[in-house]
Design a protein around this ligand. Structure first.
Ligand code: PLP
Length: 439
């Protein structure tokens, strides 16, 4: 296999990286990061110009594609005007960014608090919920990721929480996941009903008066694109209302075109109290995130100090990139493209792959947000081993497709601007690689 690190320029960048850069979530010694030097649209390339179809959208954030000219120009123009401004000042582009985000929120949301990314968006949503209710506990899913800061990482359910559990007041429940049901369910309806009962019993056992909020990804992403049964989120809302609990929907990964909606919850019968966002809002061209705050919660802080802030809250380069990205997404029908390509191309192709390959246990998703769950045995559903997953990832890369891999899953998460031919090209490679691996 022609490893991209075989060329001197790629090897040199990778080696310099290894000498000086400390990487996330990794033991450092064995790393051999793929150098990327440039990108355009759905493609990225290495130091020697070898091109890859970006089926990962990097960290599932480059929804608008790489180097969108309108967003790049907006950042350049803002840099020439005012590169930084303290959060205490008013600033035109910051207000404009907030207005455009609020246009996508339901009735009754009229404030945005900007953060540096998704973790601190959740951190501040938790703070808002605790201060508003006067209660402490936050209930979230075991199968979830909410970011790498104090409360956000403790609200996270996956393995990344355990070494970092220094925040108090976090409770976890199992959400619906029919393929690996915790509830012995056989239908989506059973899974939904039993997951809701488990949630409500947990609330009762914890003491409803102690719970400030449910913090849930609308569609858990890194945990496996776990699209909930249609009635689940409405059921969560009903339980929240019954016990005076707030509902925070984490739209950091699912929001802004990823699912073929502006907000993923638009496809469900649910209205949150707080919405957290990051990634797709500006496709990560400048780090940013935030909380969209419903009016009753915002009103709590009309005459009471909100005890939170960040030097870069509403940074003008981030704000300019949000304005341009939001406008380009609307003008170019990018949300609609994601929805169509999910329904017409990615979904049907992955369903066909599942029917053909015994390696594929289940495919789930919508828009440009899909998981292909690979199994060693379709009957026991034992996850495919890490070594096999590594071989599949390397084989896809060798064929010019950069995939997103999590546990025993390939996530098919290209930019929302992807066109049919490129989607087919990447899916052809995935299908060929699985066929070869099976053989
Ligand atoms: N919430 C969700 C659902 C995410 O997927 C992520 C990151 O992947 C985060 C929060 C954290 O965002 P960030 O890495 O920008 O802090």
């Amino acid at each position: 296999m022609a490893l991209p690190l075989d060329t001197p320029r790629n090897a040199s960048v990778s080696e310099r990286d290894r000498r000086s850069v400390f990487h996330s979530w990794s033991a450092q010694r064995a790393l051999a990061p793929l150098p990327l030097a440039g990108g355009s649209g759905v493609e990225v390339w290495d130091e020697d110009g070898r091109r890859y179809l970006d089926f990962s959208s990097q960290l599932v954030n480059v929804n608008i594609g790489h180097q969108h000219p309108r967003v790049v120009a907006a950042i350049q123009e803002q840099a020439a005007t005012l590169t930084t401004v303290a959060p205490a000042h008013a600033n035109d582009v910051r207000a404009h960014a907030a207005e455009l985000i609020l246009q996508r929120a339901p009735e009754g949301f009229s404030k945005v608090f900007f953060t540096n990314g998704g973790a601190d968006a959740n951190e501040n949503a938790i703070r808002l919920a605790r201060l508003t209710t006067g209660r402490d506990k936050i209930v979230s899913h075991y199968r979830s990721y909410h970011g790498n800061t104090g409360a956000a990482i403790t609200a996270t359910g996956d393995w990344r929480r355990m070494p970092n559990e220094y925040s108090r007041g976090h409770v976890h429940v199992f959400g619906p996941y029919l393929y690996r049901s915790e509830f012995w369910a056989e239908t989506p309806e059973q899974e939904c009903e039993r997951a809701l009962r488990h949630l409500e019993r947990t609330v009762q056992a914890e003491g409803p008066d102690t719970i400030a909020a449910f913090l849930l990804e609308t569609i858990p992403g890194t945990a496996g694109v776990l699209v909930p049964p249609p009635a689940y989120l409405a059921g969560v809302r009903a339980i929240a209302d019954r016990y005076g609990i707030l509902l925070i929907l984490d739209e950091v990964m699912a929001g802004f075109a990823r699912t073929g909606e502006w907000f993923a919850f638009d496809a469900f019968d649910v209205r949150p109290d707080l919405i957290t966002f990051a990634k797709g809002v500006n496709s990560g061209y400048v780090p940013v995130g935030g909380v969209v705050i419903s009016d009753p919660i915002a009103a709590v802080f009309d005459d009471r100090v909100f005890p939170g802030g960040l030097t870069y809250s509403g940074h003008p380069l981030a704000a300019a990139s949000i304005v341009a990205a939001q406008q380009a997404m609307a003008d170019e029908g990018i949300v609609e493209n994601a929805r169509r390509i999910g329904a017409e191309v990615i979904g049907p192709r992955l369903e066909a792959l599942a029917a053909e390959s015994s390696l594929v246990g289940e495919v789930r998703g919508r828009g440009v947000f899909w998981a292909v769950e690979l199994v060693a045995d379709p009957v026991t559903r034992a996850p495919l081993a890490a070594a096999d997953m590594g071989a599949i990832k390397a084989a896809m890369l060798d064929r010019g497709v950069l995939g997103f891999f999590a546990d025993n899953r390939v996530h098919v998460v290209p930019p929302a601007v992807i066109e049919d031919a490129d989607a087919h090209r990447g899916l052809d490679v995935l299908a060929d690689v699985l066929r070869a691996h099976e053989g």
